[in-house]
Design a protein around this ligand. Sequence first.
Ligand code: VG1
Ligand code: CO
Length: 542
Amino acid sequence: MISTVSTKPYADQKPGTSGLRKKVPVFQQENYAENFIQAIFDSLEGFEGQTLVIGGDGRYYNREVIQKALKMAAANGFGKVLVGKGGILSTPAASHVIRKYKAFGGIVLSASHNPGGPTEDFGIKYNIGNGGPAPEKITDAIFDRTRNIDSYKIADVADIDLDTTGSFDLAGMTVEVIDPVTDYADLMETLFDFPAIRALIAGGFRVVIDSMSAVTGPYAVEILEKRLGAPAGSVRNEVPLPDFGHHHPDPNLVHAKELYDDVMSADGPDFGAASDGDGDRNMVVGKGMFVTPSDSLAMIAANATCAPGYKNGIAGIARSMPTSAAADRVAEKLGIGMYETPTGWKFFGNLMDAGKVTVCGEESFGTGSDHVREKDGLWAVLFWLNIVAARKQSVKEIVESHWAEYGRNYYSRHDYEAVDTDSANALVAALRAKLDSLPGSKINGLTVTAADDFAYHDPIDHSVSKNQGIRILFEGGSRIVFRLSGTGTSGATLRLYVERYEPDASRHGIETQAALADLIAAAEEVADITRYTGMSEPTVIT
Ligand code: VG1
Ligand code: CO
């Protein structure tokens, strides 16, 4: 029943920030997905007879690749696979299932916030036994293997019925089709004060969640509508669609604008939230107040003891380098550790496993904790609802009082998408070449105190990750950061991150782009963005 199929390597299977992401037609090439999955298995040791978790965000091509992965897991010697019904598992739910059932690891099929459909994006990512994304050591080994792979193993059997829960035999391996929602919803109930949130909602506090036709719909309906008693219809776009209804399943002020406008309108809801394709990102909007992801991390950390799962406090905080330093001030006040890592959740796993940090966050609408080893969209939403319920204040009041206490970190990210790859690389190379000469000089009248290309020394496994983003720091704590995206599938995306710290509460009401205008102009001056990208404005501002 087991075949060994000969194959030829593809040169472009290097995992990026979060797994391998390519257009669907690329994945549909002969043996393309098979090669990558076999390369994953060939890079691992000791999984004979062990359990693997497989799930995806339901996007176009999800089911086809799940069938291949199941047959290949059986042929390679796994003892059991847990797969979400319909092939569905949100990224945080997959992480939880891996941990709860002590699986050897998991394969998550997703291109996250990237659009889906026959000509859009698909992705494959491997997670290790702690439930988190594989560290670079493993993704490097997978890439090496893809470059010389010559065969893969697969069971010649019929497809498994993914739409019925229960146990099935697949060429001697057990396939268990599990309900994708229950375990995750139960976990949330252990972390947050559901009775308090239920009372808040029963008292008339109106919550809406936009699942953006992506994976969180069934999770949000179960938690918000069934367990927390919000009226039916509180979860919008709750049916996962293979093409996300032709939208970008990316929860930000551009792609979730309708929700934002609704919450901001006079008779709109009190609280709105959205999440991305695979359910690990979150956007939180309170009436009259959008919470930036960087602020959200700081505020969740500062208010963590409101939630039962964190009532004894948090051990430490980690954030990716481009994320604002708002959380640093909270860590300082609490007297706990603060860690700055490269972009991508895979760098947080070691810190959480070692007990050094409890909460982590990224500026890209990602927040999470050590309850799993991925960022977790609904977790962040529930944390905010728990804080609102416990403090009996609005989101706006909570945010403004935080700024008054700690100061405000004005923050914005400008993305220049689909830039010619050579031009984007040239921009970065030119910046790199002048790093040494920048300290002490002035850019747009601002004095540079330091400039470097961020390198991370992992304090646990002592690995070193270089070239993780160019940062230019100015007097007074402001900074600009440049890096190229590692999740895009066409051309290059340049990300410019801009941050300014403002301690004075009387200056906390400035419009963000205005508050950052001199830094944005400095970025243009030092990096010649318009000339290199051919764009006079970013494609997305968040
Ligand atoms: C982006 C974000 C990063 C995030 C990654 C995966 O990466 O900037 O913070 O971890 O996406 O998120 P990049 O390399 O494009 O900047 V998800 O929700 O797309 O898996
Ligand atoms: Co995601």
